[in-house]
Design a protein around this ligand. Structure first.
Ligand SMILES: [Zn+2]
Length: 66
């Protein structure tokens, strides 16, 4: 038997791990998913590991949990 509240908390924890907010971390120069180049303006945000396309896909997948 799984408690729905515990499951919601787990989902939240997973999301925090997927989107790190540590801006001191240097961004990747190429996307971790598709190996496309990440634009310099985007790299400046710090801790960027995905190109805009893959980031959008990831966010859309995350929204399906709600
Ligand atoms: Zn990508």
């Amino acid at each position: 038997m799984s408690d729905p509240i515990d499951q919601a908390q787990l989902n939240q924890l997973n999301q925090v791990q997927r989107t790190p907010k540590d801006y001191s971390v240097v961004s990747l120069k190429v996307c971790d998913e598709c190996e496309n180049e990440i634009p310099l303006e985007r790299q400046r945000y710090g801790a960027i590991t995905l190109c805009i396309e893959c980031k959008n896909k990831q966010e859309q997948q995350a929204k399906r949990y709600f």
